[in-house]
Write a protein that binds this ligand. Structure first.
Ligand code: GN1
Ligand code: MG
Length: 363
């Protein structure tokens, strides 16, 4: 096993690193914070890229380069978003922006946004509002990029057709004999499958545009400063062509849930409409300018869709034997899936209220 300090020495960092701490709650990559010996030297975020999932690391890196450069240039040339900063990839000694070690692992490094923190659960509407503004701003900063210039890092990432096909195949094969205990969840998914093709249909018929989108807009991918002002959007692995509805929906899935993503007590899982209203207000303030009417009309639905598709993916992974997401105990993916499907149910009950909130914000 290669030592982390050997990996560090491959990157062009300033100052003396003092320590390496594991950080983050992502389900895919491994992240480490590199602290510095003096307050004057910068800190860094080192990541081991999961190359079983991101199989083409040079292509992934090229996407991230394009987006981080574009965002940084725009932030520098405007005073519209004071305090908001971009991420930068740190080069290696060889002038690349990733390093492949002798064990075949891929590593990359970003500047660390010092003094920042993120929220797995959103404590109140002010933060939700800030978060909505931040993701809306990110999308507005990338809205003049040509989506055709970015590669599709993970093909069909939010494609409901392929996700359902994979789910139905694993249900039929049942490799771990887990179907029997998930009949309720399987039926819940099948009953809603047709409606869940809505965004894909709108995209295919050209009723909503393909844009540069983030595609993994978990609320904890927004960094806040000490005063709880949003300062940065992180986790750019899945920035690629997509529909803006996916980005709005995933932030609502994670930013308005009164319970954890993997909450065991389903009574704790519900959509908090105050958080929904606050996030939507912030989002529409910064993204409203370029959103089309059809996109706006489907914002409320997109929250239900993203919650459904992530629940579907957790359940698929459970049935397949937990091969995709990191899990922390047996049955973790099933617990995650159940919590997400409970949230879908709660959103269904609140659909009229969610739609009214969006429509009030847009008139
Ligand atoms: C994964 O690793 P993380 O938490 O950033 C996943 C997302 C899911 C999310 C569910 C590449 O993201 O699509 O929404 O877990 N990322 C990938 O929490 O599959
Ligand atoms: Mg991610």
């Amino acid at each position: 096993m290669i030592e982390l300090t050997d990996i560090l020495s491959e990157f062009m960092i300033q100052g003396q690193p003092a320590g390496i701490e594991r950080t983050g709650s992502g389900h895919i990559n491994d992240s480490y914070r590199i602290t510095s010996a003096t307050a004057r030297s910068p800190e860094y975020l080192l990541q081991r890229i999961n190359h079983r999932i991101f199989t083409d690391v040079p292509m992934l890196t090229d996407n991230i380069m394009q987006v981080t450069r574009h965002v940084s240039n725009k932030l520098q040339s405007s005073t519209a978003s004071p305090g908001f900063v971009g991420l930068n990839l740190i080069p290696t000694r060889n002038g690349l922006f990733f390093f492949k070690d002798k064990d075949g692992n891929y590593w990359r490094m970003f500047n660390f946004i010092e003094g920042s923190r993120s929220y797995d659960l959103v404590p109140g509407p002010e933060l939700a509002y800030e978060g909505g503004k931040a993701f809306g701003l990110f999308l507005s900063l990338t809205s003049d990029m040509d989506a055709g210039h970015l590669a599709e890092t993970l093909r069909d990432f939010h494609n409901i057709e392929t996700r359902l096909a994979a789910f139905r195949k694993v249900c039929a094969d049942d490799p771990c004999k887990r179907v029997a205990e998930t009949h309720y969840e399987i039926r819940f998914i099948e009953e809603r499958a047709d409606e869940m093709h809505t965004i894909l249909r709108l995209g295919r018929s050209g009723e909503i545009p393909l844009r540069v989108t983030h595609n993994d807009t978990k609320f904890n991918n927004i960094l806040f400063d000490r005063n709880d002002k949003a300062v940065c959007i992180v986790d750019l692995d899945t920035v690629m062509p997509g529909y803006v509805l996916y980005d709005f929906g995933d932030a609502i899935r994670t930013g308005t849930n009164t319970g954890a993503e993997d909450e065991a007590d389903l009574r704790k899982v519900d959509i908090d409409l105050d958080l929904f209203a606050a996030y939507s207000k912030g989002f529409i303030e910064t993204a409203g300018e370029f959103l089309t009417e059809t996109e706006i009309l489907h914002l409320a639905f997109s929250a239900r869709f993203m919650t459904y598709i992530i629940g579907l993916r957790f359940l698929t992974d459970y049935l397949a034997g937990d091969t995709y997401y990191k899990t922390h105990f047996p049955g973790h993916n099933l617990q995650r899936a159940r919590a997400q499907l409970k949230l879908v149910h709660s959103m269904e009950e609140n659909t009229a209220a969610m739609e009214a909130i969006i429509s009030d914000l847009c008139t």
